[in-house]
Design a protein around this ligand. Structure first.
Ligand code: CTP
Length: 452
């Protein structure tokens, strides 16, 4: 039975949107939605929900977007949209008569006719949040080309506010020639000309050129995203960090797992105490080179530790902190190259182990053990979209699912853009964490290694 307000039947209308960079189209839509009834409920999407449905790079925070909707004076009530299927729940819960959205969604929400009337309102022509985001695009250049560059360019298409059409190379490798056939970009052979046309740079070069390439970019006052692993000395990294800071440049490491939605949730959950004190982290990342199995890795000087240890070290710094005590390496050495390495990282009150290999295979899962339970992340844990929290009493076990789209690089690119726009370094992989991971890798060159 319909509730009466001051003796009349009240018609309730509901509408949903992101309302990023609030514009005239949003205002018109809300005004017309209000005119459809007596009481307007506006659903504003949460950041997590937007990421889950593949909408990356929303600029305004949830609070700002809510404030803008509030300021129109049309909304009688504002709710936050957090999950798929919530519309049906809301319509039932608030006893809604009309669901409405813009005509860009025509047909998409017809399934709601079962619960209320569905009305598509004409969209205001010539304006959208995406267009506004794209008017001030960040011009990103690629410095160097390797196999990862293709994936990077593909994934960048899912992120708005970025434009990549400049590439710097000093030699035309096979990778470069393949890329040239697929994409339309301008090739630069002189650094000055390259830096004149871009705002930010994605650096993928051999380790021996990495330090110089990063420093040059920073000297040109460009924001830097450098593909992992960062293989410079601790002193060189310090120089890089100081220059980035002095020139107000964002400095970010392209270690994609750090920026994916599920990994962030996993870390937050583990640190919340759900499994008690963390006692150990066991995370492997192994590959057999030459076989196209799973993740394609970049070939860098050195072997397994240089190529892959950044990933387990990321898990260590995130879960156990920056103050590790000692790392031991047990390596299968083949002409000076570690083909397989088992690492043991000790902390004051915890320990981590990891197998990394460029010619060897282990299960690529991660187990985080605590004194109340453990978290199991199935392989490949570095592309996590699902994990389980498990206890002695199996009735308490819980499963968690998150979205992981494509290669996962889009989350990293999106974070880089947000950092540039917000003038701050990433909190998802902080400068201190980058410093510690680099330092851990450098231990391989100085630590007591056991080879076999
Ligand atoms: N809307 C509209 N006219 C526009 C833009 C949006 O009527 N020019 C409507 C949408 O149809 C939706 C609501 O406003 O009902 C909120 O839309 P939202 O997706 O937040 O805005 P967009 O500008 O479409 O955002 P984006 O470009 O990020 O998709």
């Amino acid at each position: 039975m319909r509730i009466k307000y001051k003796g009349i039947n009240m018609k309730k209308v509901i509408t949903y949107g992101t309302y990023d960079l609030f514009h005239e189209g949003h205002y018109n839509l809300l005004k017309r939605a209000k005119d459809l009834g007596d009481y307007l409920i506006v659903g504003v999407t949460s950041g997590d929900f937007d990421k889950n449905r593949g909408k990356l790079n929303v600029r305004d925070s949830l609070m700002t977007r809510i404030k803008h909707v509030e300021e129109t004076g049309f909304a009688d009530e504002i709710v936050i949209e957090e999950y798929f299927g919530q519309k049906i729940d809301d319509i039932k819960k608030y006893d809604v008569d009309i669901f409405t959205v813009g005509s860009d969604w025509k047909g998409h929400f017809d399934y709601l006719n079962e619960y209320c009337e569905v009305i598509y309102l004409d969209r205001t022509k010539g304006i959208s949040s995406t267009d506004i985001r794209n008017t001030n695009t960040i011009k990103l250049g690629c410095y160097g080309v390797e196999s990862v560059t293709t994936r990077f360019l593909e994934e960048s298409k899912y992120v708005s506010g970025i434009n990549i059409d400049a590439i710097y190379v000093d030699n035309e490798s096979d990778c470069f020639n393949q890329l040239k056939e697929q994409y339309d970009f301008k090739v630069y052979k002189h650094q000055q000309e390259f830096y004149d046309v871009i705002d930010a740079v994605y650096i993928v070069v051999e380790p021996k050129y990495q330090f110089q390439a990063i420093m040059n970019a920073l000297k040109h006052k460009k924001h830097v995203l450098v593909e992992f692993p960062i293989l410079v000395t601790d002193e060189q990294l310090q120089e890089i960090i100081e220059l980035a800071d002095a020139n107000n440049c964002v400095f970010m490491e392209g270690l994609k797992t750090a920026y994916t939605p599920a990994f962030g949730k996993l870390i937050a959950l583990a640190k919340s105490g759900i499994i008690g004190n963390i006692l150990s982290v066991d995370a492997n990342f192994t590959q057999i080179l030459g076989k196209q199995l799973g993740e394609q890795i970049r070939l860098v000087d050195g072997g397994s530790v240089h190529a892959l240890a950044s990933y387990p070290f990321l898990a260590c710094v995130k879960l156990l902190g920056l103050d590790y005590k000692n790392i031991q390496f047990f390596s299968r050495d083949d002409n000076g190259i570690d083909m397989f390495t088992k690492m043991l990282i000790s902390y004051e009150k915890a320990v981590a182990t990891s197998n990394v290999a460029i010619s060897g295979k282990s299960e690529g899962n991660m187990v985080i053990s605590g004194d109340k339970g453990y978290i199991y992340v199935p392989a490949p844990w570095w592309k996590t979209e699902y994990f389980e929290v498990r206890f002695e009493d199996i009735n308490m076990n819980r499963k968690y699912f998150y979205k992981f789209d494509g290669e996962g690089l889009r989350y990293e690119i999106s974070e880089f853009i947000q950092c540039i726009l917000n003038h701050k370094n990433s909190i998802l992989l902080t400068i201190e964490e980058i410093r510690t991971i680099t330092n851990m890798i450098n231990q391989f060159n100085v630590a007591n290694k056991v080879t076999f």
